[in-house]
Ligand binder design. Structure first.
Ligand code: DC
Length: 221
């Protein structure tokens, strides 16, 4: 059976996940937030006291990582060692740790293998950094979602503040810049716009405008 695969890549805070959730509901296809998997891996390293840049330390647990992605009422839940860590992995200190572990080759090999398996037989939208360039190079549609760093930091600030976290805008902005640098300069499958991806700068767009721009491309297919 023909499936529909959509790759949505871009830097932190570009709005990918908000858009991907709406798209998956509109098109009635599965949504996989691949960042959650790197975040769970980072949490595992932190739980074990393993440095998030320590390739040897991480390689000792990665192949036996008990990480499960479940869908309850259409919502993605992330389970680590049998525990629902969906909220835990959104805590601000996990973001940088996730960026760190995501630079390790052993982690990327494992995550990409899991992601391809989940996406194999089903229509889906995956959001991440390397979906169009590496995970699903034959995706039917590839979008690269960007926004100015100030806008992305403001979105993340609002999101975390609404959840009750006390965060400093300038610290957050600096962290986003650092993550951008880390994510796009790592050796193995960095954050990159696939040559055939459509770039959308969402700095001055509402979520609805981004979704309808994407839907226009999909309808025109
Ligand atoms: O999208 P996010 O902020 O939840 O992702 C957390 C980190 O995981 C991000 O800094 C980079 C990494 N990541 C990645 O390297 N590849 C992906 N496909 C998704 C996320």
């Amino acid at each position: 059976m023909k499936t529909l695969k959509i790759a949505l890549d871009g830097p932190s805070g570009s709005g990918k996940s908000t858009v991907a959730k709406i798209l998956s509901a509109k098109l009635d296809i599965l949504y996989l937030d691949t960042g959650a998997m790197y975040r769970a891996t980072a949490l595992k390293a932190l739980n074990l006291g393993v440095d998030t840049f320590d390739e040897k330390g991480v390689s000792e647990f990665i192949n036996n990582l008990d990480l499960e992605i479940k869908y309850i009422n259409g919502k993605q839940l992330t389970y680590l060692d049998g525990e629902n860590v969906s909220d835990r992995i959104r805590e601000p200190q996990i973001s940088m740790a996730a960026s760190n572990v995501s630079s390790l080759k052993c982690v990327r090999i494992k995550m990409v293998e899991m992601q391809r398996k989940i996406a194999e037989t089903t229509s889906c939208v995956l959001d991440g950094r390397d979906i169009g360039s590496f995970v699903l190079p034959n995706a039917d549609y590839k979008f690269f979602i960007t926004a100015k760093v100030e806008v992305r930091a403001k979105r993340r600030f609002d999101e975390l503040t609404a959840k009750g976290f006390k965060v400093d805008f300038n610290v957050l902005k600096k962290e986003i810049e650092e993550r951008d640098y880390n994510d796009s300069h790592r050796e193995f499958s960095p954050l990159v716009k696939a040559s055939d991806a459509i770039e959308i700068d969402t700095s001055d767009m509402t979520v609805d405008q981004v979704v309808s721009t994407i839907m226009t491309h999909i309808k025109a297919y």
